[in-house]
Design a binder for this molecule. Structure first.
Ligand SMILES: [Ca+2]
Ligand SMILES: [Ca+2]
Length: 503
């Protein structure tokens, strides 16, 4: 830390090899909001590499909390050849969270460019809410699809090169939050230097007065003296959002005409960004605020040009009264997947129904998997242990009751068709299924209704259940509808979830 502090105080004229991580969020943040804390972890090399730093930051506009966007400098260590793995978790808990419990996460694996300071945007995108990517994957902010975290390299760009701005990402004009940091001091530095009461504006001033070594010409522009706020215009909507978010702004000298607008009632955002619960949100593309604040796209539909499209939406009802079916005792029942780990067996659907807006014809193979999921139009064979939904990675088109690494008991899974046409139900019932490595007994069933496309998930005893993927994934893996307010959750015993098409 001594070295770091000296650098900050004295300024350093030597070009640094550095990545400035700029964490921002489309999801509402702050006390009582969807994201209450941020966990930033930096590792050397990759997801399994040595830990450089990990720090939880409480978010909010109140004293003692920090605002977004938040920038963290990561300086190359002795060897700048080794990439760094960076993870930002948005947590519902103010005390931080584990990756599996994060409301939204973003990751990057990037390489340094020697002698250059580059900015890395890490956006906690609304499209990524509830999306669980692997630790070596990032969530594409526009689509919510998991992809290799190394793709983040394409989003890096040199700081100070305004023309390089792709337009949707704000340049780092607010260098005040950009901190020197070495090795384990990385995130510590954020907390040490950005004092809790410092917020956007005062932080910017700090940078100027610090004479921060690498502050380019744009950095020394006074923040708010010009009527047009010219020094910040190219900072993009998310930067604009920082200007007027809280009480610290009252000390600003805001005499320009552009500042006579709504006084401190929320961020001033440039179209198509709109201030929703204190954050500038692109209402043309935000799934949580589509066409206006709070207008969420249901059922895995996507926000395109301010309208929810895709679908069809499924209505999710967790209060439906659904009677479980004893599939093992039903006439014509078959028992499959006895005492297996990662396997699937395809069973033909005995009737026609609907599936994501299309007809699912009689005879469609329903691949029942030991890992608590049915792959619609799937095949026999080994089966993937776990994936978040949606994920464009195969398999796609899933009814996920409790998808995780399970193994079946000697009782296996019973499959049966009950009732009479045109109201038959196809049932797959897992009996006393175990979670690998956990004392557990999971009993649950998937029920597909004839004709209507209604799908029920019915749970009996779920002893030892942990988080699993729960919900429906569409046939291309681009959309999912979660069964428990999310697509990843721990299901309680006796829960009922009904998915009805066309919600
Ligand atoms: Ca398994
Ligand atoms: Ca998939």
């Amino acid at each position: 830390m001594g070295w770091t502090a000296a650098t900050l105080a004295g300024g350093c004229e030597v070009p640094r090899t550095e990545v400035v991580v700029r964490v921002d969020s489309e999801v509402s943040w702050g006390a009582g909001r969807e994201i209450q804390s941020l966990v930033i972890t930096v590792r050397r090399g990759g997801a399994a590499g040595p830990l450089r730093s990990a720090r939880t930051t409480v978010l909010g506009v109140e004293p003692g909390r920090l605002s977004l966007p938040l920038s963290v400098g990561v300086i190359a260590a002795d060897d700048d050849e080794t990439p760094v793995w960076i993870e930002a978790l948005g947590c519902a808990d103010p005390n931080g969270c584990a990756p599996m419990a994060a409301r939204v996460a973003q990751r990057a694996v990037v390489r340094f460019t020697r002698g250059q300071t580059q900015e890395l945007p890490l956006l906690l995108a609304s499209a990524c809410l509830g999306v669980q990517c692997r630790s070596d994957e990032r969530c594409a902010p526009g689509t919510g699809v998991c992809e290799p975290a190394t793709r983040a390299q394409e989003t890096l760009r040199p700081i100070g090169d305004a023309d390089a701005a792709p337009g949707d990402v704000a340049p780092a004009t607010d260098r005040g939050a950009v901190l020197d940091a070495v090795a384990d001091a990385v995130v510590d530095a954020v907390v040490d230097v950005v004092a809790p009461v410092d917020r956007a504006v005062s932080t910017d001033r700090g940078a100027t007065s610090d004479g921060s070594a690498d502050a380019g010409p744009r950095d020394v522009l006074p923040t708010d003296t010009g009527p047009m706020d010219a020094g910040r215009i190219d900072a993009g909507p998310m930067d604009a959002g920082r200007v007027d978010t809280g009480p610290m702004d009252t000390g600003r000298i805001d005499t320009g005409p552009m500042d006579t607008g709504p006084p401190d009632t929320g961020p001033q955002c440039s179209a198509p960004f709109v201030s929703c619960v204190g954050v500038c949100v692109n209402v043309q593309s935000s799934n949580a605020h589509c066409g206006g604040c709070g207008r969420a796209c249901a059922g895995g539909r996507a926000c395109v040009d301010g309208v929810c499209v895709g679908g069809p939406a499924y209505t999710v009802d967790t209060a439906a009264v659904i009677t479980s079916v004893d599939a093992c005792a039903a006439p014509g029942s078959t028992r499959i997947l006895e005492s297996v780990d990662d396997a699937a067996e395809a069973v033909p659907l005995p009737f026609t129904t609907l599936w994501w807006g299309a007809t699912l014809p009689t005879g469609t193979p329903m691949a029942v998997a030991s890992n608590g999921v049915v792959h619609v139009n799937g095949a026999d064979g080994p089966f993937v242990r776990f994936q978040a939904i949606p994920s464009a990675a195969a398999p796609n088109g899933l009814i996920s009751a409790q998808w995780r690494d399970l193994y079946t008991s000697p009782d296996g899974v019973c499959v049966a068709t009950v009732g009479a046409a045109p109201s038959r139900r196809w049932v797959a019932q897992w009996i006393d299924t175990g979670v690998l490595g956990v004392t557990s007994s999971l009993n649950f069933e998937v029920i597909v209704h004839e004709g209507t496309g209604v799908i029920d998930l019915v749970y009996d005893t779920m002893s030892g259940a942990g988080d699993g993927s729960v919900g429906l994934e569409n046939p291309t893996g681009t959309q999912a509808v979660g069964g428990c307010g999310a697509t990843l959750c721990t299901v309680r015993s006796n829960a009922r979830i009904r998915f009805t098409p066309g919600g």
